[in-house]
Design a protein. Structure first.
Length: 342
């Protein structure tokens, strides 16, 4: 099992350089309320030489497919073929509230989007007649989409972030990898079963398909103290929008933590973010994160490897700590995975 790092934008360059030195396979840039992915990836491309670079994830409603294809081609060329394009729909609140894009028929939208991006990356003029995307616009005779970027791969890998069964099957069918967040080993097994079904649609197996659960990570011999460093990230993501449509809240409910979701949102409505963070159960964090000392983290890594993870994302971006603290997390996780190999 390989390692990836999910960087924090403010110290992305030093984290990517450290991960490269420690033998990590991939550095992933997030996209959300705090930063876009492309800017961070451009910085990391200029500061590293070997480590793979990926978006985790560029939000589909944020950009038309042509802009995403152009960005992906540019990043791949700048990094000498190290870029992997991670895409995701985000959630209804972000899609509709931030970007003004309806969240209807998300699977069909994703399929069309990826088809256009792939066609553009292969080169040549692209026209498209879909339910969600029409290029050129209906009735127009405009010049078709045509990338002139030099030095990128026409077949650069596409990864999809996915949660539900149908979306996971779609990832297996049209992508080269899956990015999961806040997921337990049992959930990874379940996801792989759906991904396998999608792969079978194209008469493909799982060989070469990258299964990448990305896990909030905190190093501390005291597990509760480690959990406290991650509460803010859980509260942030679980607090976005309506709890009935929030994917992370849905995950917590499926895992038996529905009461905690209610407490968290009541505290947020009351303006008490500290109480909201305290409402996130340690058990929920522990089941979906890497926490503890090197030995405990190695044991948890082995559970994810046994479940079928091929690359494990270490989300140093989730920990409430300093740059030095994030570097220490990277070093501990590198030592933990080496422990497994010995």
């Amino acid at each position: 099992m390989k390692l990836a790092v999910n960087v924090a934008a403010q110290d992305a360059a030093v984290l990517a350089e450290t991960a490269e030195r420690l033998g990590y396979d991939l550095a992933l840039a997030p996209e959300g309320y705090r930063s876009d992915a492309a800017s961070v990836l451009g910085l990391m491309a200029g500061r590293t030489r070997r480590i793979g670079l990926g978006s985790a994830v560029m939000q589909i409603p944020a950009r038309p497919p042509a802009a995403t294809a152009l960005t992906a081609a540019t990043l791949d060329a700048l990094s000498s073929g190290r870029f992997r394009l991670g895409l995701g729909l985000s959630n209804p609140d972000v899609s509709e509230g931030w970007y003004g894009v309806a969240f209807d028929r998300p699977l069909d939208r994703t399929r069309e989007y990826v088809e256009i991006v792939r066609a553009a990356l292969r080169g040549g003029p692209v026209t498209y007649q879909g339910e969600h995307f029409v290029l050129p616009s209906a009735g127009k005779q405009a010049a078709p989409l045509h990338l002139y970027t030099e030095g990128h791969r026409g077949d650069l890998p596409v990864y999809l972030a996915a949660v539900g069964p149908r979306n996971l099957r779609l990832a297996g069918e049209i992508a080269e990898g899956w990015i999961g967040v806040f997921t337990s080993p049992a959930a990874v097994r379940s996801a792989i079963a759906q991904i396998r079904t999608g792969r079978q649609e194209r008469s493909l197996g799982l060989d070469g398909f990258d299964v990448v659960p990305c896990l909030p990570t905190a190093v501390d011999g005291d597990v509760r103290a480690a959990a406290d460093r991650l509460r803010g990230q859980y509260c942030y993501l679980m607090g976005i929008g309506d709890p009935e449509s929030n994917f992370y809240c849905a995950l917590a409910r499926r895992m038996g933590f529905g009461d905690a979701v209610g407490r968290l949102h009541r505290a947020l409505r009351a303006g008490d973010r500290g109480a909201a963070a305290e409402a996130v159960p340690v058990q929920f964090i522990d089941e979906t994160a890497l926490m503890g000392d090197e030995k405990r983290i190695a044991r948890r890594m082995s559970e994810y490897a046994a479940a079928g993870a091929t690359t494990l994302g270490v989300m140093v971006s989730a920990a409430a700590t300093t740059t030095e603290g994030r570097i220490a997390i990277l070093e501990t996780c590198a030592a933990a995975v080496a422990r497994l190999a010995s």
